[in-house]
Design a protein around this ligand. Sequence first.
Ligand code: BGC
Length: 785
Amino acid sequence: MFRFSLKAALAVSLVAIAVAAAGGVVAATRSSDEEALQPVRQPAGGGIESRVNRLLSRMTVEEKLQQVTLLPDFRFTGDQAEEGEEEVRNGLGAVLSLTDPQRIRELQRIAVEESRLGIPLLFAFDTIHGFRTIFPIPLGTGASFDPQVASDDARYGARESAAVGLKQTYAPMVDVSHEPRWGRISEAAGEDPYLNSVLAAARVKGTQGTDYSDRDRLVASPKHLVAYGEPEAGRDYNTTDLSEQRLRNLYLPPFKAAIDAGADTAMCSFNAINGVPGCGNRYTMTQILKREWDFDGFIESDWTAVAEMRACPPVNPDDVPECGHGVAEDGPGAAALALSSGLDMEMTSTLIRDFGEQLLDEGRISMGRLNDAVRRILRVKFRAGLFENPYSRFQPEETEAEMLRPDAVEAARRAAGRSMVLLKNDGGVLPLDPSRKTAVIGPLADNQHDMLGPWWGRGADEDVVTVLDGIDEQSPGATHAAGCQLSNGEVPFDQEEVPKDRDPEGCTSIDTAEVNAALADAQQVVVAVGETREMSGEANARSTLDLPGRQEELIQAVKASGKPYAVVLFNGRPLALENIVADTPALLEAWFPGVQAGPAVADVVFGKVNPGGKLPVSFPYRVGQVPIYYNHEPTGRPCNKGVKWNSQHRDIPSCGPLFEFGHGLSYTTFEVSNLALSRSTVSRNGSLRASVDVTNTGSRQGDEVVQLYIHDPVASISQPVRRLRGFERVTLDPGQTRTITFTLNKSDFGFYDNRGRFVVEPGRIDVYAGNSSAAEMTESFTVTG
Ligand code: BGC
């Protein structure tokens, strides 16, 4: 989102000035060596490691420092264009956020033809849920509980990105989060590490295929290492204090799954855990990722995250635009900390490049570590096939035809339908009958912009089919009233300061006359309410989870008409629906569904698609319950309503959330039964099977997500009351039964302790199966010593 910032530009230029003043060398030295003038073009099959080493041995220190540098798009456009090209000639490592195919091709040509060693650039972009064909936000895809949906999203996103010349995506975002105030909870699969792990692996495979040198593939970069999803108070970038066991049991598993699936790059996070910023954290980057997990790709910093490790000056803090963490005194200190901790490539700020030689001279960084960073970057470039195929397989003028191709658009529609969660459907209001006259009410009904959600890639508002158009297509003659307008609260990129009088929500009054006119002839109503896309995503924390503005009143106005109605929600986080749930017979959670919002909503509302999504996050009654998540540890005084002296909110009627993790209804009904374990005891290295039957007990075909949870009731440290360890989404005809079998082994019933050790403790393990985290059917087995 934060593509361009005057602050960032200023930081970069200040650094450049400082370097120039200090006589720092940025440009690579040109050699007259004949061999060195030849671009490197070793034949494939020469062995990547030997190619890397041969190339590395020919690089000057300046070229190495330039290779670990990653600059954003605005450094290559406008009056910075020439300077940017010079950076490329000097052997720049990578470029982010540039997506103009012509400009990419030109810069790549400069890299391979005019830089001394001809090392190709790596072009990167945040293809988070689509490049041009925008899929549902990842939290929505999480609700699909369907790895195929995540994989399709990544695959089409990669295809479109690669067409313009990109070769790396800063995805998947795999930050488990229990913090719905945080705007970026929209970008991953919610509060559970297992669901996030399965979908992260699917996304990596969708992005990279079996070999990311394929011309339609990208290298994936899981982010943000690590625990960026738990900023205090939900304020983006804020600090996090967490135990070793939580780090390893909750936040690291999706990264491990992504790396195991083949992801060859990773991004470290802005925030600090236990006082150590992500991009200066030797423990997470070097010890865990590189040593324990044998990761041999590279780690890039998040945007100016290296510079942000500097202390701010006591007066005039604006003199150092990126500063704050205070774990380094100055630029050289931040660069030394980052590189020595295991960072390989610095995004946007250029401190490693600018101060690298000085730091080498002073012995504050080692040539061995710098070589290792460069080796990792070159390795990924070789694996990506960039030396053989530095350019897109399409000419710039051909790329537009590669966007929004019918198979991608169809997959986006399917993904959106499979991501929707039917929260409530009293009296079977849904599905509506398309032959009846439908009114579509609400500020998000005739809306293209917000349907794309945060991180819309290069998605264009005009590509979106609105909810109104989708409904009108299936129920012709639909009437419409917005009722009110939400604020997009957007701060233009070129505007540094947020205006103080900015209205963050909008919908301050309801136009009841307009609403009543649209309702007059209607026989049924779809109410489209929620958040704008600017309320979600990076730097968009909210302090309330209510429906913004007076949208609750809008629902009341529809209710007053006495017509059957369903509320469809568009949002990037769990909302606190306490005030509308009682008055609303049917509630459908649609998230931000992407380009095919309208058709997908219509498919579900009219029953062409039977909703089968499940919540990947708990929905609280109200914000004061936050953080509330199903996989919490127990207490000595578990919540028990009606009894004092226990762990509860006195003013909330329930111990749990309003809608629990894993919840989601269907237009048919299901029964999950016959949980059976293949054995009652298992050795610590053994495995067992848990099987369960699922039957469609209703009268139409539908999808159920069978979920398997475990609980370790006696352990050396308190274990979460439930942990998801298996799920499967199945489609069943009326009356049909299927038996689903899950295998459990120590990766399921073991856990990390607070010394970072993976332990498998003997004793009973309870297994629960059902169709949400509230599942009650249970069996137990015993792990023997
Ligand atoms: C975000 C990253 C993103 C990067 C590049 C940062 O502000 O935190 O998630 O990949 O920008 O766009």
